[in-house]
Design a protein around this ligand. Structure first.
Ligand SMILES: C[S@@+](CC[C@H](N)C(=O)[O-])C[C@H]1O[C@@H](n2cnc3c(N)ncnc32)[C@H](O)[C@@H]1O
Length: 199
């Protein structure tokens, strides 16, 4: 098997890292990444947060690729992938301080997004932080023509994929006991939605 490679990870990892650096606290111990994909974000970012254990997770079919990236890394704070598929498996049993997920909400079905958010609400503890990176629609509108085209392309790959409505995601998160801290503008018409788990 050839080592998987995601060009978009190369493009966005530095700007995401810059945001995470401003919010990760020295007392945070465990970060859970949902949908690690190739594992590139873990391998790039984990060495910048040596006080954290970076837990990777994804569908089982992506684990070999994540291992390939991990095995080439000298970082010793990356944990081997946990099998996790929202809507199918239990939420990973990790005592997390931070949940991070990039480019996943528009890939999984809306039902799976709903199930993921319910599981976040059930599993997280007060003060835990959640970071969701990716494109969103606002007031039902795409923020750029490129995002509108991307949405068409996504649906051609999988009918259930598509760019999600910011308002719908925030409303589900609120219902599940999480509050929006900030909505951060990122390059290439992406956002980072930062939430915190309430009591
Ligand atoms: C576009 S990739 C993003 C990977 C990586 N986070 C990145 O930014 O490059 C989407 C990822 O979401 C994962 N995924 C799809 N459906 C999922 C689900 N129901 N639960 C968890 N992850 C899922 C895929 O396996 C894939 O790794």
């Amino acid at each position: 098997m050839e080592k998987p490679f995601s060009p978009s990870c190369e493009r966005n990892q530095q700007v995401i890292l810059e945001v995470l650096k401003t919010v990760v606290d020295p007392s945070d111990k465990n970060l859970l990444e949902i949908g690690s994909g190739t594992g590139q974000h873990a391998v790039f970012m984990a060495p910048k947060f040596m006080h954290l254990i970076w837990h990777t997770s994804d569908l089982i079919q992506n684990h070999d690729g994540i291992f390939m990236w991990m095995n080439e890394s000298s970082a010793n704070n990356i944990q081997k992938p946990i099998e996790y598929q929202a809507g199918k498996t239990q939420f990973p049993k990790v005592n997390v301080d931070i949940v991070y997920t990039a480019n996943t909400l528009h890939i999984m079905s809306w039902e799976n997004v709903q199930q993921l958010i319910i599981q976040l609400g059930e599993s997280l503890l007060e003060g835990n932080q959640i970071f969701i990176y990716g494109p969103f629609k606002y007031g039902g509108k795409f923020t750029s023509e490129s995002n509108a085209n991307f949405d068409v392309w996504l649906k051609q790959q999988n009918y259930f994929s598509g760019i999600r409505d910011f308002e719908s995601v925030v409303s589900l998160m609120l219902k599940a006991g999480m509050s929006l801290v900030s909505d951060i503008e990122m390059p290439a018409n992406n956002r980072i939605l930062h939430f915190v788990k309430n009591k």
